[in-house]
Design a protein around this ligand. Sequence first.
Ligand SMILES: *[C@@H]1O[C@H](CO)[C@@H](O)[C@H](O)[C@H]1NC(C)=O
Ligand SMILES: *[C@@H]1O[C@H](CO)[C@@H](O)[C@H](O)[C@H]1NC(C)=O
Ligand SMILES: *[C@@H]1O[C@H](CO)[C@@H](O)[C@H](O)[C@H]1NC(C)=O
Ligand SMILES: *[C@@H]1O[C@H](CO)[C@@H](O)[C@H](O)[C@H]1NC(C)=O
Length: 387
Amino acid sequence: MFLSKIQSRVMPLEEGNERMNQTKGLPLRLLRLLVVFIAVCVMFSIISMYTIKHFGIESVVTTMSSRLQPCYEEPENGLLDKWIRPRSSPIHNMSDKELLWRASFVPRIKKYPFKRVPKIAFMFLTTGPLPLAPLWERFLKGHDRLYSIYIHSLPSYQARFPSSSVFYNRQIPSQVSEWGRMSMCDAERRLLANALLDISNEWFILLSESCIPLYKFSFIYDYIMKSKYSFVGAFDDHGPYGRGRYKSNMAPLVNITEWRKGSQWFEVNRNLATTIVEDTTFYPKFEQYCRPPCYVDEHYFPTMLTINAGNDLANRSITWVDWSRGGAHPATFGRTDINEEFLDRVRSGNQCLYNDRNSSVCFLFARKFAPSALEPLVHLDSKVLGF
Ligand SMILES: *[C@@H]1O[C@H](CO)[C@@H](O)[C@H](O)[C@H]1NC(C)=O
Ligand SMILES: *[C@@H]1O[C@H](CO)[C@@H](O)[C@H](O)[C@H]1NC(C)=O
Ligand SMILES: *[C@@H]1O[C@H](CO)[C@@H](O)[C@H](O)[C@H]1NC(C)=O
Ligand SMILES: *[C@@H]1O[C@H](CO)[C@@H](O)[C@H](O)[C@H]1NC(C)=O
């Protein structure tokens, strides 16, 4: 096919040449020019044939067509697609500074000019493996278009999920993070920023490797999507572990009456996620003045969000955790703890406000669960958890 194309391109020129030869009184200079031109054409044909013989027709055709592409206009939605369609891999080489800047982009026209199905971004903040992954796989099964997953682990950790797993290829570029230090907030902001790059993500849920979902996907999706408030634990603790950690150096930016404390496990909407990644005002103050024994991951987001967007906060988290055993760490549950009664106790027996109304459904996720809890959890009757 290609050969015939070349011939048809060369032939008319030769015909033209003959015709011109017959023409009397043609200037000699023009004739010479034509001869040179034909020579070039013949050379091109020979080179083409040589290339075809040695590299195959396909390579020549693809080079040709790829060279032709710039001639065509991009389809009209080609540019919009770049903004709408999520990238297949969350890998990039942006620095944190570049990433946060890019993630802070917000459209000023609020109505989307395309059908946007809002997604939940499940953001796993881990050190290494996800021992409860099989439970999450079951939870997420069949809801592909309604969620996305991001994993932040120690940079040295190499994840080995099979390509069929929902966790396959979902690791974001990560850095070492330490509990109670700003590097922990950096990791959370990194997760948020990566998830913000997908314009369909509407809710952003921070989880650890020891978290489990307490209801089936559709229930959690509805509860979160219909919430007027973002779920961030934020309370004014007058004790030594609350206001006691406040430093007057933070005034006047942060007044002690605005100082808040809360668990780091948050569930925020897109608006608040942007508020977190775009903050350059409070960050330096907290980095400088909230150092152990001020655990910055318990104060920075709750305080900053209370000041910037207090009316958007539910002031509670929807991640259940058991501090009743006392001590510096919450209780961890293993194989022998898991049964129907235990899960019922976690899910009910609470009172809270949901969209300004009393509700007994206050927690959608729970922690902390040891790897040994996986087996009894996946063997529970599917009626218990609903998935
Ligand atoms: C990222 O990669 C591109 C080329 O792929 C390079 O031009 C750019 O400098 C890199 N950026 C960083 C921060 O490494
Ligand atoms: C903090 O705010 C309260 C009222 O909101 C005000 O009375 C108080 O003077 C402020 N304190 C400081 C240290 O600015
Ligand atoms: C959460 O607390 C802030 C003040 O800290 C308040 O303005 C807001 O109304 C509270 N949210 C709800 C849902 O009560
Ligand atoms: C919620 O229930 C408590 C009693 O348990 C009641 O005092 C309160 O008014 C109720 N709040 C709403 C918003 O219905």
